[in-house]
Ligand binder design. Structure first.
Ligand code: URA
Length: 243
């Protein structure tokens, strides 16, 4: 069962972002790593990480099989794991939250801000992203022109994008009117530039876009753009809660 397999000590350390495998081996051989208070010098020693206290230089490492992080993505940052030229959401993370295998569960455009979940749990990422799970994602958008009942109806019937792709029915709500209205759109899929293209199909341009929720998990309003924190278990459950 996942989470209950004995694993090599060097692999465990590097999975937690404590050096590469060979750096972890060196730390272990030099006697800096203890398990339940006993120094272990064999990098190949197998332990159940959830059942032991692993310490480096006497300080517990706080083993976690996976990380689940909520970020308020700022504009200008790429929502990918790695890029040669531009900074990514992973580059914003502090050292204590860096580890191999992290990725953003879902993409936002470079100029889109708001809720991003970063994890190293592939199964969880797949559950969040799979359109089969019908997880609602809510966005707030500022538009270049007013919208009304006509657009609300077209969104609810399923917008046909300019390239002919048909979107699932989506909920469009006007949060505040005026010449540059603020609207909320709820969608259950994630086509490329979907929100911008849905509005383009009804002759509107998105001036600003912010993701505010994934499922019933809403962006923590205390997180400023660029800030992040780990999710609680209760918050993770909200993602998959019946919508
Ligand atoms: N739809 C868009 O057009 N852009 C995003 O970043 C997310 C959804």
């Amino acid at each position: 069962m996942a989470g209950k397999t004995a694993e090599r000590l060097d692999k465990i350390l590097s999975s937690q972002g404590i050096g590469t495998r060979s750096e972890a081996r060196r730390l272990i051989r030099s006697g800096r790593v203890s398990v339940d208070g006993r120094v272990l010098r064999d990098p190949a020693a197998r332990i159940l990480p959830e059942n032991c206290e692993i310490a480096l230089d006497g300080k517990a490492i706080g083993y976690k099989r996976h990380l689940y992080i909520m970020m308020n993505k700022p504009s200008g940052i790429l929502c990918v794991s790695r890029d040669e030229k531009a900074p990514t959401v992973l580059d914003l993370l502090t050292e204590d939250l860096r580890r191999p295998g992290l990725f953003p569960a879902g993409r936002l455009d470079k100029d889109t801000v708001g809720l991003v979940i970063i994890t190293d749990d592939g199964d969880f990422g797949h559950r969040v992203l799979s359109p089969k799970n019908n997880i609602v994602k809510r966005y707030h958008a500022v538009l270049d022109r007013p919208v009304g009942e006509e657009e609300i109806k077209r969104f609810s019937q399923g917008i046909v994008l300019k390239d002919g792709a048909v979107c699932r029915p989506a909920e469009l709500k006007i949060l505040s009117g005026g010449s540059n209205p603020l609207v909320q759109v709820a969608i259950t899929e994630g086509k490329y530039h979907q929100i911008k293209r849905m509005f383009a199909a009804v002759g509107r341009r998105v001036l600003r876009l912010r993701r505010v929720s994934i499922g019933n998990l809403f962006l923590d309003e205390n997180l400023k753009e660029g800030e992040f924190r780990e999710l609680t278990e209760a918050e993770m459950a909200l993602i998959f809660e019946n919508q």
